[in-house]
Design a binder for this molecule. Structure first.
Ligand SMILES: [Mg+2]
Length: 270
């Protein structure tokens, strides 16, 4: 059955945290993995919910592991929020952002104006993981949301897999604002289809000839399934084998890690 799926795959949409690395620790021989992908003639794009780094920073991180990804080969939820809001607000908008400086700089590239707490005219609150989160930021954002601002969450991932264990993620911050304001955020990242749709468009492939590789059932696998993309779960990140077997939709392929997935593929070809 795995062989039947792999036979028709022309492209991969690959998650990064928990698939390629945990924090600064690579998960396997990344150079070798990307070599196998290219040797099999597969197209690929790296698509992450993580909005705490810019796409340029991801290129740098990958090159630190000896991997060079082509221009346009990485997308993140920060870009997806930028595209979404640029369509909603063609004249531009003032945003209050609870998030990392990289999120703010990405949003600024889409004709959006990131403002501070002194600005009274705010249309949108964007919330995400914020390493300098404070009570003051939560309070200001919550009051804006209650006053009627649009409330956007970059991605719902509650935690981030790190060598120390699962640490608070974007969903933790957005969840705090949902509790404080009594309103629910509109999420842009996985499991919403937008990020996968952008990836398919850039790759120029159909969903049924594409395989998503991820480590988290409730974002990577649900999102891919909803977009009609085939699914592979690797067990190096957020979700466990037990959880995967009991999950609906169940990932079509489950491997210990990305290396194992690529060796199954390579052996099948030889
Ligand atoms: Mg992940």
């Amino acid at each position: 059955m795995v062989a039947d799926i792999l036979k028709n795959i022309k492209a991969l949409i690959i998650d990064m945290d928990g698939v390629l690395w945990r924090d600064s620790q690579p998960l396997g021989d990344l150079k070798g993995i990307f070599h196998s992908i290219e040797a099999l003639g597969l197209k690929y794009i790296l698509a992450t919910n993580n909005a705490t780094r810019t796409v340029d920073e991801y290129h740098q991180k990958l090159s630190g592991f000896g991997v060079t990804v082509p221009e346009g080969g990485i997308i993140n939820s920060a870009q997806a929020v930028g595209i979404y809001l640029a369509e909603q607000y063609p004249e531009g908008a003032n945003l209050y952002v609870v998030g990392q400086p990289s999120l703010k700089s990405t949003l600024s590239q889409y004709n959006l104006n990131v403002v501070d707490e002194n600005e009274k005219d705010v249309q949108v609150v964007v919330a995400s993981m914020d390493l300098s989160l404070s009570y003051q930021k939560l309070k200001h954002a919550s009051l804006l949301i209650q006053s009627g601002c649009e409330f956007i969450g970059t991605n719902p991932d509650r935690t981030l897999p790190t060598p120390e264990g699962l640490t608070p993620g974007s969903g933790t911050v957005i969840g705090a604002l949902e509790i404080a304001s009594g309103r629910t955020a509109k999420y842009i990242g996985k499991p919403e289809p937008l990020l996968y749709e952008m990836a398919l468009r850039r790759l120029g492939v159909r969903p049924e000839e594409t395989l998503a590789v991820g480590d988290r059932l409730e974002t990577d696998i649900i999102g891919a399934h909803a977009a009609g993309v085939h699914t592979a779960l690797v067990l190096t990140g957020a979700s466990t084998h037990e959880q995967a077997l009991a999950y609906n939709p169940k990932p079509e392929i489950i491997t210990q890690d990305f290396t194992e997935l690529m060796s199954i593929w390579t052996q099948r070809k030889n």
